[in-house]
Design a protein around this ligand. Structure first.
Ligand SMILES: [Zn+2]
Length: 308
């Protein structure tokens, strides 16, 4: 009964938050296209998020076909895509079923209760949203470093690195336990900093999109790559993070902004062997069964010693 009341409260707070998001988006959209967003964004929030994810994934898959950076690992291409897609379905469903509240729900509670640093400071709304997105990006960078440096966390994260090729489908290849831990970290950050639901929504949509983009096997013109990576992580920059060489794997941790890698000296400009010749993945887990769903889920529980 108590749990039901708590759930009802979370749901009602979430509706309030989503209503506020709708207002912000409506106001913002009036500047460009007043009839595009409107109140329907609330009713179709999930569909919009899923739709944009699918659209970006399809666009990148087409670009990978026509302007690839490296030749695809053909014998495993189909099986990798199928099982990486199966993982994203499993992760999305299990997160919704097993978690009583998500980061956006916590943001609604925080806003209603006035918790967190930003609610003490009370900056103007656009600044609070910008700061919220920035803090979440920094936390995800720090979490990524921790998943490499702490052996127990590396067991989970190495499943993502076990992909023997890197393309847009690698951007959705994460172990469910890593996804759960990441959600807990985001919830704690939202509560401590007082991040608004708008900022959480923007960050989640951004993170989904950039995770697909930075893993994509696409060739960007050199000049564009150079300019873009002053601010954002590019596919060439993130591919180095998937090198089989450990000192390259332990670099370029950023997902959205390249700023953090430069600031914390984890930035690496180019791979030693060049993008076309470098080997991707881990020395272990290269067999075919590790590209299938069950094999993927078992990876954290396989014993092996990580080489320097
Ligand atoms: Zn990593």
């Amino acid at each position: 009964m108590k749990q039901k009341r708590r759930l009802n409260r979370i749901l009602s707070l979430r509706l309030v938050a989503l209503r506020e998001i709708s207002v912000v988006v409506r106001v913002a959209s009036k500047l460009s296209n007043p009839c595009y967003f409107g109140v329907t964004i609330l009713q179709h929030e999930l569909a919009i998020r899923f739709g944009s994810f699918l659209a970006i994934l399809c666009l990148l898959a087409v670009l990978e076909r026509f302007v690839p950076r490296r030749p695809a690992n053909e014998p495993l291409h189909g099986i990798r895509w199928l099982n990486n897609l199966a993982l994203v379905v499993l992760n999305s469903i299990s997160l919704r079923l097993l978690f009583p509240l998500l980061a956006i729900d916590m943001a609604a509670i925080v806003q209603s209760e006035g918790w967190g640093l930003l609610n003490l400071w009370s900056p103007p709304e656009p600044l609070a949203v910008f700061f919220g997105v920035l803090v979440l990006d920094l936390v995800i960078y720090a979490q990524h470093v921790a998943f490499h440096k702490i052996p127990l966390f590396w067991r989970l994260h190495r499943m993502h690195h076990s992909d023997v090729d890197v393309d847009a489908s690698t951007g959705i290849r994460f172990h469910p336990i890593e996804i759960f831990l990441s959600m807990l970290i985001k919830i704690a950050t939202v509560a401590a900093v007082g991040i608004s639901p708008v900022a959480v929504l923007i960050f989640e949509v951004l993170l989904n999109a950039t995770s697909l983009f930075t893993h994509a096997n696409i060739r960007l013109p050199k000049q564009i790559d150079t300019v873009v990576r002053w601010i954002f992580v590019t596919p060439d920059m993130h591919r180095i993070h998937h090198s089989i060489l450990r000192y390259e794997t332990d670099s370029n941790y950023g997902f959205n902004l390249s700023l953090w890698d430069r600031m914390f000296r984890t930035y690496r400009r180019q791979p030693k062997m060049g993008h076309k010749k470098m080997t991707l993945g881990l020395p272990q887990f290269r067999e075919r069964h590790y590209q299938k769903l069950l094999g993927l889920l078992k990876i954290p529980f396989v014993r092996y010693r990580r080489k320097e």
